[in-house]
Design a binder for this molecule. Sequence first.
Ligand code: F6R
Length: 261
Amino acid sequence: MDVIIRPTAAEAEELTARMIADAINAKPEFRLGLATGATMENVYANLSKMNKAGKVDFSQVRTWNLDEYVGLPPEHDQSYRYYMNKNLFNNINIDIRNTHLPDGMAADEVAEAERYDDSIEEAGGIDLWLVGIGCSGHVGFNDPGTSFSSRTHVAYLTNTTYEQNKIYFNPPESMPRRAFTAGVGTVLDAKKVVQLITGKRKAGIAAAAIEGPMTAMISSSALQLHPDTVVILDAEAAAQLKLRDFYDEVFMNDPKWEAYR
Ligand code: F6R
């Protein structure tokens, strides 16, 4: 696991966007895994800007998102389809037919989850999955107790996640308590994982996930098993990392990071 700390959230977001753009430029028929949430908004703003400036081309890119609320139609302003269209897809030259999210309105949830995993597999797997982390330690909606080998499924959300996200709903209590999520195993199958963590409210969970023991009680800690994960943090989110000086030394001296310093 590589850990990169940038002084500010803006710098961490910019670096994350650049890493994704470079990966797409190296392989135009890219299969990109995506996340939603406040953390990603500026990453998508950066990617949109780079696309407009001709620095990255999404015309052959296919995307799969981590999750979608059960019961929300695409036009609901809190659905993740709505978020993705607004924050990224409407602003770049992607073919909207190449963008995939679980169907929150699917009548058969088990079949929908299976279909979603199959669509990733049929496409040849995800090249890079961009993920965040929730206050419960989740990636996607894989709240504490989710198996590291889980595939896409419908999850009942914990109180921590409910409290974290209900502020976006009006009224807050209308937030669905269930959501489709790619499984921890689905994410681990990606060739590369880039995780972005910003803000001081994530400092404790970031340290536990990155440096603590691997446990299904913190699904993000499963990324320790992944052979190619880069975690990008701002200084606030990195505040409780024990090896912080070491991560900085590697970033400043290892030739593989030269383009990103
Ligand atoms: C959303 C997702 C979640 C978020 C996490 C952090 O697609 O996968 O795991 O990344 O809940 O959300 P924010 O960025 O709003 O703090």
